[in-house]
Design a protein around this ligand. Structure first.
Ligand SMILES: C[S@@+](CC[C@H](N)C(=O)[O-])C[C@H]1O[C@@H](n2cnc3c(N)ncnc32)[C@H](O)[C@@H]1O
Length: 252
């Protein structure tokens, strides 16, 4: 029996035309596709007629039993000689619990390949007409998670509070007040721009621009129900230009 490597495929942020050609080919050829809750219908529609779709989605960081179950199923399908795709939202290497699944695959003596995808931060920043890094402003960018297995995640808030810093905060909706509190405590400017992008790249994409001072209130009012990335330190380019014009006209 021929054993095929398990393909860990990045589904990108949701728009099918942001999928790589390699990912589309893997979906077309797969016999089993284990996918997350965030996999969009438009992308799952690229699966071939022979493919069995298995939804292994869980909300945020679910219980570890669910992860063990996913590992077991991956191994079982691949060991049976099936072409298995493990489809993960965005890029599989970003907050995707990839290592846990790779370790299960290698422990079972099976092979794997990683097919990268466009991570949510890249799609979100593109929707603002902005850049994650900028000469003279920020020479690094951080990808943070709002929460980890212990609860709200701690980070180097002092470093992030410096002027010009940029971070993409994943799974940050519920942690917004915590993040705001920590950043203000470490001296961040309350007027720092912050923008939440919900459903980046999808037809129902929403962009909610605010400031660090108003972040929790703005997010509560916006009642975002889909996946969202919070871009700390960035405003939509058009909004930023309007503020500069008003300031130049002496409006404030
Ligand atoms: C478990 S993480 C997976 C991240 C994924 N591996 C990636 O590279 O984008 C899930 C989080 O990704 C973010 N996310 C994923 N897809 C998104 C989208 N289309 N728009 C905005 N945020 C998204 C949200 O912060 C969501 O809570």
């Amino acid at each position: 029996m021929t054993l095929h490597p398990v393909l860990f495929v990045g589904a990108g942020p949701g728009a099918p035309d942001l999928l790589t050609l390699k990912a589309a080919r893997a979906l077309a050829e797969a016999e089993v596709i284990l996918h997350d809750r965030l996999a969009s219908d438009a992308i799952l529609a690229l699966a071939g007629p022979q493919a069995r779709l298995v939804d292994v989605g869980k909300e945020g960081f679910g219980p570890s039993a669910a992860q063990a179950d996913i590992n077991e199923r991956l191994v079982a399908f691949a060991a049976a000689g099936l072409r298995v795709v493990r489809l993960k939202a965005g890029d599989p290497t970003v907050f995707g619990r990839l290592d846990e699944e790779l370790e299960a695959i290698t422990a079972a003596g099976l092979g794997y390949q990683i097919v990268p995808g466009i991570t949510a931060a890249s799609a979100a920043v593109a929707s603002l007409g902005q850049s994650l890094t900028r000469r003279g402003r920020n020479a690094s960018v951080r990808f943070l998670t709002g929460h980890d297995m212990q609860g709200f995640a701690d980070h180097d808030w002092r470093a992030l509070a410096r002027p010009g810093e940029v971070a993409a905060i994943y799974m940050g909706k519920r942690a917004a007040r915590f993040v705001q509190g920590r950043l203000l405590m470490f001296g961040a400017d309350p007027a720092t721009p912050v923008t939440a992008v919900e459903n980046a790249s999808r037809p129902d994409q929403r962009i909610v621009a605010t400031s660090l001072a108003a972040l929790p209130a703005t997010l509560a009012e916006a009642a975002l129900s889909g996946p969202a990335v919070i871009l700390f330190g960035l405003a939509p380019r058009a909004a930023q230009a309007a503020v500069r014009t008003l300031a130049a006209e002496g409006a404030f």
